[in-house]
Design a protein around this ligand. Structure first.
Ligand SMILES: NC(=O)C1=CN([C@@H]2O[C@H](COP(=O)(O)OP(=O)(O)OC[C@H]3O[C@@H](n4cnc5c(N)ncnc54)[C@H](OP(=O)(O)O)[C@@H]3O)[C@@H](O)[C@H]2O)C=CC1
Ligand SMILES: Nc1nc(=O)c2c([nH]1)NC[C@@H]1CN(c3ccc(C(=O)N[C@@H](CCC(=O)O)C(=O)O)cc3)C=[N+]21
Length: 288
């Protein structure tokens, strides 16, 4: 058996076409979606993300700014920049690249972001709404939201399914836990302290991996026919991009997202989609 490839590029293309149309309408009303990205230091996965989203934001004619600070930037500098964008009416969405260098207090930086401009849904106000299922007009992390769009696009049903989510970051694992639970899947969250990961993943209908370790998930860990979603973004010795899932998993899985061409393009498309949404909410416009 060879897994059906879940084509993130094709799905992203559809979303981007919608985003172009919505941006055109908003711009006619005098609202140009504004996205500010803050990157501190040189995380390789962040560099790929920043490059690709700059390209897409330019194509959509967003007001897009990227601030690249050196790895030794101070806490006060980063917070001051966030505050400047909080107050700038031309900026509707703020994204601080993760991970931050270890001398910076990530929690304090997240807390400084205006929750209405928190395009990655990291602020506890937004994450809390997601977990509590209250309200609708709040941002949700782009990668998890993009994965939900992909599952829906491929008509992969969730109620009653056993999902194992490997990785529990605030950016990916935690919001996915909430989204999948809200969609009535039965979700198990695995992490560094999980014992016998293989036994868990083998019992899952859907395995989602966001760890950042090449070949963590191998074919013996997957139930035949299961859906495998690979979020990982690693570079191998020859400079090739690889995910967290070993190549031979394609021989047992029913569906699989490739790296590149799977989750990555969906993250970018969802970021554009959500920036437009935030711009509309902040200016009293409606996008459809
Ligand atoms: N394609 C895309 O659009 C995106 C890709 N990424 C990529 O996804 C990966 C994960 O990112 P992010 O969520 O931010 O990562 P973090 O580094 O914040 O979190 C990694 C998680 O993996 C867990 N973990 C580490 N080692 C193991 C192990 N051996 N077994 C089980 N769990 C383990 C950690 O557990 P513990 O909590 O116990 O430490 C932690 O919860 C990275 O490669 C990143 O570049 C991220 C965002 C978007
Ligand atoms: N606050 C924050 N939010 C994030 O969402 C976030 C982050 N920090 N830090 C870094 C990780 C990594 N990440 C990627 C997103 C898209 C691609 C991407 O475009 N991938 C293409 C690569 C194509 C290519 O250039 O070859 C693909 O998979 O096809 C990669 C990596 C988001 N992250």
């Amino acid at each position: 058996m060879t897994a059906i490839k879940i084509d993130g590029r094709a799905t992203a293309k559809k979303i981007n076409a919608q985003s172009a149309e919505q941006t055109r309408k908003l711009t006619q009303k005098g609202v140009i979606p504004g996205l500010a990205v803050i990157m501190v230091g040189d995380d390789p996965a962040s560099a790929i993300y920043v490059r690709n989203k700059e390209r897409k934001a330019a194509k959509l004619q967003f007001n897009s700014v990227v601030k690249h600070l050196p790895a030794d930037a101070s806490q006060a500098e980063v917070i001051a920049l966030v505050q400047r964008y909080n107050e700038d009416p031309q900026i509707h969405a703020i994204l601080v690249q993760s991970p931050l260098p270890s001398h910076l207090d990530e929690e304090a930086v997240v807390m400084a972001i205006d929750p209405r401009k928190d395009v990655d849904g990291l602020h506890p106000e937004n994450l809390g709404q997601l977990f509590a299922q209250v309200g609708e007009d709040f941002p949700v992390a782009c990668t998890p939201k993009g994965i939900m769009t992909l599952l829906s696009q491929y008509q992969i049903s969730l109620p009653g399914k056993r999902v194992v989510m490997v990785g529990r970051s605030r950016l990916v694992g935690k919001p996915l836990l909430a989204l999948l639970n809200n969609a009535n899947a039965t979700v198990t969250l695995a992490h560094r302290h999980t014992t016998d990961l293989a036994e868990l993943t083998r019992s899952a209908d859907i395995v989602i991996v966001a760890v950042g370790q090449a070949d963590l998930i191998t074919r013996e860990m997957i139930k035949p026919g299961a859906v495998v979603i690979d979020v990982g973004m690693n570079r191998d010795a020859s400079g090739q991009l690889t995910g967290d899932v070993a190549k031979d998993v394609e021989d047992v899985a029913g569906y699989l997202t490739p790296v590149p061409g799977g989750v990555g393009p969906m993250t970018i498309a969802t970021l554009m989609q959500q920036t437009i949404q935030l711009a509309a909410w902040q200016t009293g416009q409606v996008v459809d």
